[in-house]
Design a protein around this ligand. Structure first.
Ligand code: SAM
Length: 186
């Protein structure tokens, strides 16, 4: 996936306390499901630390950063913008066009927390709905990325991890990727 232009995720808005887990999960979902980078508002430093720690332990490449102006990121983005919103066009109607464009231009995927200002709807090249029902930014992002990458993100390899989960029918098995160390059963 890295030969193609960047796919970045922007978390628009963060209410400390109330949004901590959701903002962290936006970052973890962006990382796990194939995005290259997540950008959090600058009051979400705890979420940044968690996502950076997971990347250190479980691998990358994946970047996480803060911005003091999420709306500035939208305004100044050099590429295409998808804003995920229950009010948007149906993902199944626009995914092919978004996918095609993402092969040649960087893509910014914007998810909200509280009410999203109207200028974001206007700045977006596509306002995309994962169903027109209210649910969650984490669920919307997961479905969107899986549609964008057509499931290929599930096959990706991770670099510079210090551990790897070994898939098991039952139980938990984690293998250290340090040289000469044994797998551990948890
Ligand atoms: N009430 C807020 C508004 O009107 O903008 C949205 C709150 S919702 C809990 C938080 C975020 O989840 C939204 O900004 C959007 O990014 C995402 N979201 C919720 N439902 C969605 C859907 N059906 N499709 C796509 N994204 C959705």
């Amino acid at each position: 996936m890295n030969e193609t232009p960047e796919v970045a995720v922007l978390r628009l808005g963060h209410r400390p306390g109330r949004d901590d887990r959701m903002t962290t999960h936006v970052g973890l979902t962006a990382r796990a499901l194939g995005a290259d980078r997540v950008i959090f508002p600058d009051n979400a430093g705890g979420s940044l630390e968690t996502v950076a720690d997971i990347t250190d332990r479980f691998g990358g490449p994946f970047e996480v950063e803060l911005t003091d102006s999420p709306r500035g990121v939208v305004r100044n983005w050099e590429g295409q913008i998808v804003h995920l919103t229950m009010y948007g066009e149906r993902i199944q109607d626009v995914e092919a066009e978004v996918r095609e464009t993402s092969r040649t231009e960087p893509l910014l995927v914007v998810v909200g927390s509280e009410k999203v200002p109207f200028d974001v709807y206007e700045a977006a090249d596509w306002n995309v709905a994962v169903t027109n029902q209210p649910h969650s930014e984490v669920a919307g992002l997961a479905v969107f990325l899986d549609r964008l990458f057509e499931g290929e993100e599930l096959e990706r390899e991770w670099n510079d991890a210090d551990r790897r989960v070994v898939p098991q029918e039952t139980g938990k098995r984690v293998e250290s990727v340090e040289p000469n160390s044994e797998p551990t059963d948890k």
